[in-house]
Write a protein that binds this ligand. Structure first.
Ligand SMILES: Nc1ncnc2c1ncn2[C@@H]1O[C@H](COP(=O)(O)OP(=O)(O)O)[C@@H](O)[C@H]1O
Ligand SMILES: Nc1ccn([C@@H]2O[C@H](COP(=O)(O)OP(=O)(O)O)[C@@H](O)[C@H]2O)c(=O)n1
Length: 209
């Protein structure tokens, strides 16, 4: 079984995906990390973020096994990732690796922006996780403070809105719910409540297979 989870920044899709993968014993891929790893490799090598040929070459070298959430989690890398994510050839390289991953047994959970629409359009379960921009910015802000960092809520809110616009407005694979996705607005839901709601959908799909 493939579970596809999409949604905007800080909607809670990663948290939910990890929990679901653990619950069902499935493999999990946070596809955002593949875009983040590409962006970080470019930055570390002092290469530009606006040269598609260079970015494509770097994307082709990204190893799924080497993705480290702690190293890639910074807000700045997320911003850079959304810039190179508009490039079609970068997307083609990363989507190929993501599709290969999705075939692993006994099942997979992939989360990102285009899983239900482009990477795995045949996924048996599709969830579109969202929350208001204010709630999402607050979650990111709290997350940074909890890690001992410094954060400015207004700046994070502005970044969340900017990233939404870039992700939803790009020509190639824009962020949008698949037609057959189950919409989960977590603005007023705890992590546990979101998990339970997703579980109901997945258990119903499992019964049908
Ligand atoms: N339903 C929720 N209620 C409150 N906080 C949440 C909820 N879901 C996720 N979070 C918190 O919000 C932050 C962002 O969640 P994350 O899963 O990383 O989002 P995404 O993968 O969509 O960017 C994390 O600190 C996480 O613990
Ligand atoms: N399947 C995906 C996953 C991420 N991305 C891009 O990569 C960026 C970082 O993704 P992420 O999921 O790690 O970001 P957060 O939602 O965790 O902040 C996004 O803003 C998107 O531009 C994408 O285009 N397609």
């Amino acid at each position: 079984m493939i579970i596809a989870i999409d949604g905007p920044a800080a909607s809670g899709k990663g948290t939910l995906s990890r929990r679901l993968a653990e619950e069902y014993g499935f493999h999990h891929l946070d596809t955002g990390l593949t875009y983040r790893a590409t962006a970080k490799a470019l930055i570390d090598a002092g290469l530009p973020l606006d040269d598609e040929k260079v970015a494509e070459k770097v994307a082709k070298g990204v190893e799924l096994a080497g993705l480290d959430r702690d190293i890639l989690s910074s807000h700045e890398i997320g911003e850079a990732a959304s810039k190179i994510a508009v490039m079609p050839s970068v997307r083609r390289a990363l989507v190929e690796a993501q599709r290969d991953f999705s075939q692993r047994e006994p099942g997979t959970v992939l989360d990102g922006r285009d899983i239900g629409t482009v990477v795995c359009p045949n996924a048996q379960v599709k969830l579109y996780v969202t929350a208001s921009p204010e709630v999402r910015a607050r979650r990111r802000y709290d997350e940074i403070l909890a890690k001992g960092g410094m954060a400015d809520y207004a700046a994070i809110f502005a970044d969340v809105k900017k990233r939404d616009e870039r992700d939803m407005g790009r020509a190639d694979s824009p962020l949008k719910p698949a037609e057959d996705a189950y919409l989960l607005d977590t603005s007023e839901m705890s992590i546990e409540a979101a998990f339970q709601a997703a579980k109901v959908v997945i258990d119903a799909a499992l019964k049908m297979t």
